[in-house]
Design a protein around this ligand. Sequence first.
Ligand SMILES: CC(C)(COP(=O)(O)OP(=O)(O)OC[C@H]1O[C@@H](n2cnc3c(N)ncnc32)[C@H](O)[C@@H]1OP(=O)(O)O)[C@@H](O)C(=O)NCCC(=O)NCCS
Length: 212
Amino acid sequence: MPVRTPMAPAAEQARVFPEILALDCGAALAECEIAPGLGAFSAYSPRRAQIVRETLGRALRVPGGEVFVAILGDTIVGYLLLVPAGIDQPWGRLGDASVQEIGIEVARGHRGQGIAQSLLRRAFARMEVESRICVATGYVWCWDIEDTVVEAGIYAHRLLALFERFGFLREWTNEPNVALEPLNFLAVRIGRDVPAALVRRFRLAQRGEQVA
Ligand SMILES: CC(C)(COP(=O)(O)OP(=O)(O)OC[C@H]1O[C@@H](n2cnc3c(N)ncnc32)[C@H](O)[C@@H]1OP(=O)(O)O)[C@@H](O)C(=O)NCCC(=O)NCCS
């Protein structure tokens, strides 16, 4: 008689990996639910689903903005945004839409399965990112230290290691919001086709110098 290995518990057997998609319009977003475990950037406010929906909608409307989602059925369980850096940041004031900021979040309850890596792979395996400067600003007050149960220094280290896998490098800046807290970081990915003149202007902005 064949020997059967014991079956894994149902929850383990049924773990399905989400689909990673580029969301191309507000109508597609309207058809999606927002997982209740999203909301790190609003400190899990009771309005978090609405806030996430508004954030994704804004990113879709801004010229040059892109939204990638990890979706299970019709529920968004993770997202990655690439949007032109805002004028609240010195590199955003360069007024060049190819200087972009990245935002990434995976819902509580869905972490540790490689979803963030899959989103990053989807976004950064494309030729078009080679002509962009992508900036990740790590602010300790946006991290979900409570759920991750690691101290902030380890969180920062892991987060940086994740970005570094996709070509980001930690860089110095005196931008006040980043420089304010030693655990905050700036990680930058300069695509190989970015014109040298833009890299020079970006470096000046990063150092807080006047850019013509
Ligand atoms: C950071 C975050 C996106 C990671 O998502 P995830 O889907 O759990 O990440 P993955 O499963 O793809 O893990 C990829 C790697 O990232 C590492 N990692 C990075 N940040 C991590 C974190 N906060 N907690 C756990 N692992 C993290 C893991 O160690 C893992 O490395 P490994 O492959 O060597 O095991 C998620 O924890 C999150 O949304 N946190 C709240 C919002 C946030 O901090 N966003 C970043 C702001 S800059």
